[in-house]
Write a protein that binds this ligand. Structure first.
Ligand code: FES
Length: 226
């Protein structure tokens, strides 16, 4: 998971003050199976705080997103303050504080992706879908988000689809193919990416100027270990 550096527009829940409700009280009930899962989460940690992330994840799975009343529901379930649960939910982009589209496209624009064209990909997607980051297309099919590092820097630029599969080494052609697949209801499959261990495995060097080949050449990992 990655920290959310973008301010959530969701207003903080203040106990006792009216908030716009999205989930009715009678829906805020765990099934027996969910209760067992929560009990298992709690058992893994010395205090109930430890189960916050898994509890929020389960709640998001159940309700689709995390409006204030659902965050409060998780807090009451784990018997910890609302503020603690709210703090965790708003720290990560992967927890949805607003209703999202069916496919949430998290485009990484952190350092490696940024220098490899992450913003070009983000803006290309915005152009193709006619929305800007943070927005959802009419009909609710796609949401675009800008994400911090998703831990796949070696295959930058990349994006993640709805907290699931990664799409690596993005080009505009790959974005076109991805959108067509998603429109047809097909999620991308898991893609194994082999990272080059030295410049030879790149078939020479990604850069075309010969000087850069020497300047940016890095020794194979096996040599750096000794
Ligand atoms: S910088 Fe994009 S995955 Fe790390």
């Amino acid at each position: 998971m990655t920290p959310n550096s973008f301010i959530s527009p969701q207003p903080a829940y203040v106990p006792g003050e009216p908030v716009e409700r999205h989930v009715a009280d009678e829906e805020l009930v765990w099934t027996e199976d969910e209760q067992q899962q929560i009990a298992a989460f709690r058992a893994q940690y010395p205090t109930h705080d430890g189960a916050v992330m898994k509890g929020l994840w389960l709640a998001q799975d159940k309700f689709g997103w995390l409006p204030p009343e659902v965050i409060q529901f998780v807090a009451e379930t784990l018997e910890i303050p609302y503020a603690k649960v709210y703090g965790v939910a708003t720290f990560y982009t992967q927890y949805f504080k607003e209703q999202k589209g069916q496919f949430v496209l998290d485009v990484c624009t952190c350092f490696s992706c940024q220098v490899c064209g992450g913003y070009d990909i983000l803006h290309y997607l915005e152009d193709q879908l006619g929305i800007t980051k943070g927005e959802t297309t009419d009909g609710g099919l796609f949401t675009i988000q800008e994400a911090e590092c998703l831990g796949a820097c070696g295959s930058a630029p990349m994006l993640q689809v709805t907290n699931g599969p990664y799409v690596h080494n993005l080009t505009t052609e790959k974005v076109d193919a991805l959108l067509a697949d998603l429109r047809a209801g097909n999620m991308p499959g898991f893609q194994s990416v082999t990272l080059p261990q030295d410049e030879d495995e790149l078939g020479g060097n990604r850069r075309s100027d010969t000087d850069a080949v020497t300047t940016y050449q890095t020794p194979p990992v096996s040599e750096t270990l000794h």
